[in-house]
Design a protein around this ligand. Sequence first.
Ligand code: NDP
Ligand code: GDR
Length: 328
Amino acid sequence: MKSALITGIMGQDGAYLAKLLLTKGYKVYGFNARRSTPSNWRLQFLEIQNDVELIDGDLTDMSSMIRAIQKSKAAEVYNLGAQSFVATSWEQPILTAQVTGIGAVNVLEAIRLTEPSIKFYQASTSEMFGLIQEPMQSEKTPFYPRSPYGVAKLYGHWITVNYRESFNMFGCCGILFNHESPLRGIEFVTRKVTDAVARIKLGRQKELRLGNIDAKRDWGFAGDYVEAMWLMLQQDKPDDYVVATGRTTTVRDMCRIAFEYVDLNYEDYVIIDPKFYRPAEVEVLLGNPAKAKRVLDWEAKTSLESLIHMMVDADLKRVRYEAGGHTC
Ligand code: NDP
Ligand code: GDR
């Protein structure tokens, strides 16, 4: 049985990827940073909490990664762990650099020192494009990150490319554009909106405060995107791929879609609050997934409308459940 080790298994993508690998017959290990209160709600949501084996460790502690690799005997390591919230990266730039940037080289070094034939996936991001000059971003578009998070991820990206070229290691970077799901963290804008829509519809919230609603993002479904991660590691040669839908939408229109789904008008509830503006903004992102289609035969299957409806439905269900005195 093939083993895989996933950092960030308690996060959105970690949970979906674990589920995918389990269905493919992998033994799945999760590299898990200990917290005083364990938060495996995403694994529970996908009903896989008893099917993965957790190994304690932290991305800033390379020795724990070496032990995890030795224990799991992983053939594939997926580095999804990160301080991943862009807004927080201005408040905690050094932690973001250490976890999101140096964390990646810690994993690569641990692989190089233990079993260099392990296949490695690095979670790169469209945030590396930042202040882009091209209308559609591909693997050839120059990078210009606009946040401490984007800068840290750019380090993780280039160090992976360098280990591939210097040591002949099998390292792939997936340059993923925004992807969402009912398992998305509540602080990210799509989930903040769908949670608010559910609460407003059920009379438990009156307004929704947002920042820059003119920003445009290329949003896809996380369940589709983890398939691209796995496909990259199944190729004969390691490479980097943009993973995106090829459609961009404003935060404003995403709100419209969410509110209209429950017969409400977003303009009656959304209030612009400067508190949610960022020191620097990435105004537009639009990915060109042509290479992923050509080489991996991968394409996004879920439309933004289906995705937002799925998220609103899940939030309505959860808010109703909580209103009944239950906790999730
Ligand atoms: P999440 O924020 O949901 O998950 C990140 C995970 O990393 C969490 O489980 C978190 O654990 C863990 N983590 C944080 N700090 C450490 C640490 N020091 N050591 C070990 N683990 C740690 O992110 P997503 O699932 O959305 O994203 C997965 C990856 O893909 C991230 O690297 C993200 O930056 C990147 N990415 C995401 C995109 C998206 O749109 N979702 C797009 C492009 C890239 P805990 O919760 O316990 O803190
Ligand atoms: P992003 O996602 O920064 O693109 O990073 P987020 O959902 O946080 O923001 C998207 C856009 O919406 C605007 N916005 C708001 N954002 C939040 N969170 N809250 C608000 O109230 C709000 N109002 C407007 C933002 O300014 C931004 O333009 C995500 C993360 O998952 C990263 O880890 C990942 O690398 C990138 O996607 C691709």
